[in-house]
Design a protein around this ligand. Sequence first.
Ligand code: COA
Length: 354
Amino acid sequence: MKFAHGARLIGVGAGLPSAVVTNFDLEKLVDTSDEWIKTRTGISERRIASDEETTSQLAIAAAKDAIAFAGIDPNEIELVVVATSTPDNLYPSTACMVQAAVGAKRAAAFDMEAACTGIVYALAVAQQFIGSGTFKCALVIGVDIHSRFLNWADRNTCILFGDGAGAFILQADDKENEMLGTYLRADGSGGHLLHIPNTGSAYPHAGVVPPQATHGFLEMNGKAIYEFAVNAVPEAVRAACSDAGIGVEDVDFLIPHQANMRIIKSAAERLGMGPEKIISNVNEMGNTSAASIPLAMWAAIRKGQISEGSTCALVGFGGGLTWGAAIVKWTAVDQRKTASDQISTNKKVEASKS
Ligand code: COA
């Protein structure tokens, strides 16, 4: 083990907007069709935040869900890391808002940004703090509301994205290390291929208060990003497996960033992984950016698709450009289920006594 202390994932959670927007709804906005979107991307519907739903609210919902899954006291959390490109405001950070809302009174909190790869970067950062012995329990969240930055008249981009939050709880474990390996990369020379211009301090508003012009929208070179992704995913998975000291064939499940089913299938094929190893919910969530990997894992765990003891390759790619992977062994048990199993067992025992 490279680190002095082991780490394991003990919880996963989700925070989703309530509104579902289908491909048929989008047919009313832009010149597209359900068939085109499904064939080219695998997406049927996505969740879109209402004007009242914010990034911090989704992140807080995911955090509470993950805390309940893990069955921990929020006071145990010593670090909150939120990966997001779409915070409520430049500051306070989303992480600080989550820290206060969940009552993680002993925690340090900060945001970090690596676009859709953010959750993999955030997990790797949390592992560093836990591995070094600095902290024993971290809440790691990926959250984005890209819908606020989409041009809803641009069919090339608006059909792809959804909103949401996914959270993990990472805990120190000195008996077993289950964060087996990681790999992180960036190539800033490709930044222009996927960006949201005019949204930061490079966009001075010339003293006009409030600024008169609206902010920019997400812009993307779809073909270039597609090419980048189908190479980046296999590279990251192979390198993270090598860091973990395992072969790609030892991975039970590929949990990729949910951008496009064609990208996912093509990358899996390049890795020699069959469809039974692919975890995907892109059909019902679209691309939820930093939230997509934990949301896909959360859905698969709820369905019983990922069983205890599975080795999972979490792999992200996105703006920056950034890409990376984490090899994780999943052995956590939903503490809520354990509690309700216990209650139903107790009821059965009482019934048999009477
Ligand atoms: N509905 C209908 N037609 C559409 C359309 C839509 N929503 N979007 C594009 N088209 C049209 C194009 O205008 C083009 O028409 P033309 O041939 O008359 O010019 C045609 O469909 C084919 O477009 P093309 O861009 O070649 O499609 P594609 O097969 O490359 O698929 C993407 C486009 C965006 C789905 C694909 O490139 C992709 O997924 N790229 C990666 C994007 C991504 O994952 N970004 C986030 C990364 S984190």
